[in-house]
Design a protein around this ligand. Sequence first.
Ligand SMILES: [Mn+2]
Length: 350
Amino acid sequence: MTDRTSQRSSPGERGAIDTQGRKMPIDGLAAVLDAIQQRERFLLTSHCRPDGDAVGSLLALWMILKEMGKRADMQLCDRVPLIYCTLPCAEQIRHATTLAEGLQPDAVILLECDSVERSRLQGVEDEFLINIDHHTSGNPFARVNWIDTDASAVAEMVYRLALAAEVRVTPPMATCLYTALLSDTGSFCYEGTCAGTFALAKELVELGANPSRIAEDLYFSNPLSKMQLLGAALTTLRCEGRVASLWVAQDDMARLGASEEDCLGIVNYAIGISGVEVAVFLREMPDGRVRVSLRSKSNVRVAQVAEQFGGGGHENASGCTLDGPLDSAMERVLAELRRHLDPHAVPGVA
Ligand SMILES: [Mn+2]
């Protein structure tokens, strides 16, 4: 792995560009390690609606800090998804939007957040903030920023931090980091998965991560409600040119006792169709508004489509929230997608 930790840029700058046009990390690993070594007590957090990378990397970083002799607490605004609850020490994560009474960290470390707001934690703005992120949306909002858009998961950065700190990576750490890597690369399927991703996976397995057990926890431990909700969603599946769509209504959710978490991944069944380049999944929320998930393949970028509706995300995976009812929300999203896919298309013919 290339060491670009010596690259620095002035605060507020969005990041220097290297000779190949890549965005350079700001401050970098050395500055993060230095900031950690100089402090004793930390609060670790990540983004709302945490995914596997957020949870796995949070847990591994917490264990690493403990090994370094630091005091650390973990806090997320939302519940850990059920499939990640079996990860070592997951029960140690506090769930709240405000800091616990008396908790006075010397620094707050944010993983995968492009702003403090993404963590939805209140009252941390004035703390000493350390930002570790691998998203292209990465933003140097903190006092110390390490952004590496070449990292396939933030877990890769946390692993490099452990090596730099000379912390022995234990089997529980390796398990958390491997889980994060596996989920954030879409089981080593997404763009960005490269030889280095597998090299990291190899190292983590050698350090004690068990691939088949982790795969079972992630992919073969779904609640029945999730499978039944998927069935309901698939009955609504429609294909229109290169766009596939499906949805679930609040009635379905209530009837099946399904949770918001059970909706995760449903959109992938629509993008899995041959010839489909964009998939859209709509979920009616209890308040009548509609949560939209977009996925794309090839060069189709759905982040801009979500941004049109006040949302955002990655180029191939994004989301936004629209006003109901479901059918009008679906029509608005499909109309925007038609426009996005082909600005000259005849309305209704994508
Ligand atoms: Mn990630």
